[in-house]
Design a protein around this ligand. Structure first.
Ligand SMILES: *Cc1c(COP(=O)(O)O)cnc(C)c1O
Length: 437
């Protein structure tokens, strides 16, 4: 399969090139040139299949031309060492719990898949080491570091803002050692991101070492996220609840919802999508006005969605633009909602008190958007619960006046010893550091 750039100014790339480069040469995002759709019989057969079998069907549609069947099967099985169950919250609203992986957030799926696919390409070539640079405000760093831990031929540098990530998050990428290096930057998340961007543009540095990114711009990270949409469909189909599905996705960079929309074009039986935002609502504004006006993000309690410039917006425009007028097409499939911190807290309290279900601040946006969307009686709403509430223990306990339990997986990380290197936010320091590696 070939991959083209959303900016259409770069040559097409192979899967291997797209995964190793991350971003196309013209700074566009890679898109598969073809989206294979399943037949209605194949979709119906998913009802009787396991998560591994369903995920392999989807993976095969994207990557089957480029990766041998047994290798792809093993990558899928190794990636999905955990389930993504659909759990009822009330009559017609279900939570798709994506937080049962090693770092308790949905990003584990994409990060683990990408690590294994990249590891496979590097091993096959037997060539140079690849260095993954990732800037994080918390969740991405932990998922990427744990996904790539111990993969031969790859070294990961996690850049994070000193004093601005929670202790639980910090220990998930600073205690690992091996091929994971944590760089504690004296600055903000935006400074970390700027350092990574400058590194990708620095010719001498790129001559010195092979650099790539592991955020949701990478096709190997975001496409595998379509697996669990099909798995959710299968689980609900077994209960006769999948005739009119509405998926609601708490969104920041819009990688997760884009993977769902790819699923839709492959034949996933979904009626419509909802994008739930916190106060960072450039996408909702676009739905309302047709004008896309990215701007700096504001801080909220659902901080993994504090994104002012959603990188996958280009992919959404490209996908729908192939059909007809992109704006009209998007509006007919996707609606949007936005929530303030107070509204998020109110939803968390209400759902906990009325249904005994514990939401994290991101999932709360998803749940509330399904309520506000006023589902019809025959519709089933599914929101993606993107992180375990314990990852945001401080916030959750304050809102619910609770003392929620930290799962053993998280507690294990907290036992490790922190190892990190301090750097200023000056690019020259970061550059020198990398040149000496
Ligand atoms: C990354 C993240 C999101 C946003 O996902 P996108 O793919 O960037 O839209 C939502 N919730 C949590 C907990 C996250 O970590």
């Amino acid at each position: 399969m070939k991959y083209y750039s959303t900016n259409k100014q770069a040559p097409q790339a192979s899967l291997k090139e797209a995964v190793i480069k991350g971003l196309a040469g013209d700074k566009g995002l890679f898109m598969p040139e073809q989206i294979k759709s399943f037949t209605p019989e194949q979709i119906a057969s998913m009802k009787n299949k396991s998560f591994h079998e369903i995920a392999y069907m989807v993976a095969n549609a994207f990557f089957g031309e480029d990766v041998e069947p047994d290798v792809l099967k093993r990558i899928v099985e190794d990636t999905l060492s955990f389930d993504t169950p659909v759990v009822p919250v009330n009559d017609n609203i279900y939570s798709l719990e994506l937080y049962h992986g090693p770092t308790l957030a949905f990003k584990d799926v994409g990060a683990r898949f990408m690590a294994r696919l990249l590891g496979y390409f590097i091993k096959k070539e037997g060539k140079e080491k690849v260095n993954v640079l990732v800037a994080t405000s918390g969740d991405t760093g932990s998922a990427v570091a744990n996904g790539f831990l111990g993969v031969p031929g790859i070294h990961v540098y996690v850049l994070y803002p000193k004093g601005k990530v929670s202790p639980i998050q910090e220990c998930q990428f600073t205690t690992l050692g091996q091929n994971i290096t944590a760089l504690e930057i004296d600055g903000t998340f935006d400074d970390c991101q700027a350092l990574v961007k400058s590194a990708f543009m620095d010719a001498e540095l790129n001559n010195h070492m092979k650099l790539t990114s592991a955020n949701s711009i990478n096709v190997a990270r975001f496409l595998p996220q379509s697996f669990y949409y099909f798995h959710a469909y299968a689980q609900l189909a077994r209960q006769g609840k999948a005739n009119e599905l509405v998926f609601c996705v708490p969104s920041g960079n819009f990688g997760n919802i884009t993977a769902g929309i790819f699923g839709y074009y492959m034949g996933l039986p979904v009626k419509r999508f909802i994008a739930a935002n916190n106060r960072n609502d450039v996408f909702l504004e676009y739905l309302n006005t047709g004008i896309y006006n990215p701007r700096p993000s504001v801080s909220t309690i659902a901080n993994a969605m504090d994104v002012g410039y959603p990188s996958n917006f280009a992919r959404i425009i490209d996908l729908f633009g192939q059909k007809e007028d992109a704006y009209t097409a998007i509006k007919s499939l996707v609606t949007g909602y936005r929530y303030t911190d107070e509204e998020i807290a109110e939803t968390m309290r209400k759902v906990y008190n009325e249904y005994g279900y514990l939401l994290d601040p991101h999932g709360a946006c998803g749940y509330q958007a399904l309520v506000d969307n006023k589902l019809a009686a025959q519709e089933t709403g599914v929101f993606l619960e993107t992180a375990h509430p314990a990852k945001f223990k401080g916030t959750v306990d304050e809102i619910l006046k609770s003392d929620i339990e930290i799962p053993s997986k998280l507690r294990e990380f907290m036992k490790g010893t922190k190892q990190s290197t301090n750097l200023s936010k000056e690019f020259s320091d970061f550059r020198n550091y990398l040149l000496n590696q």
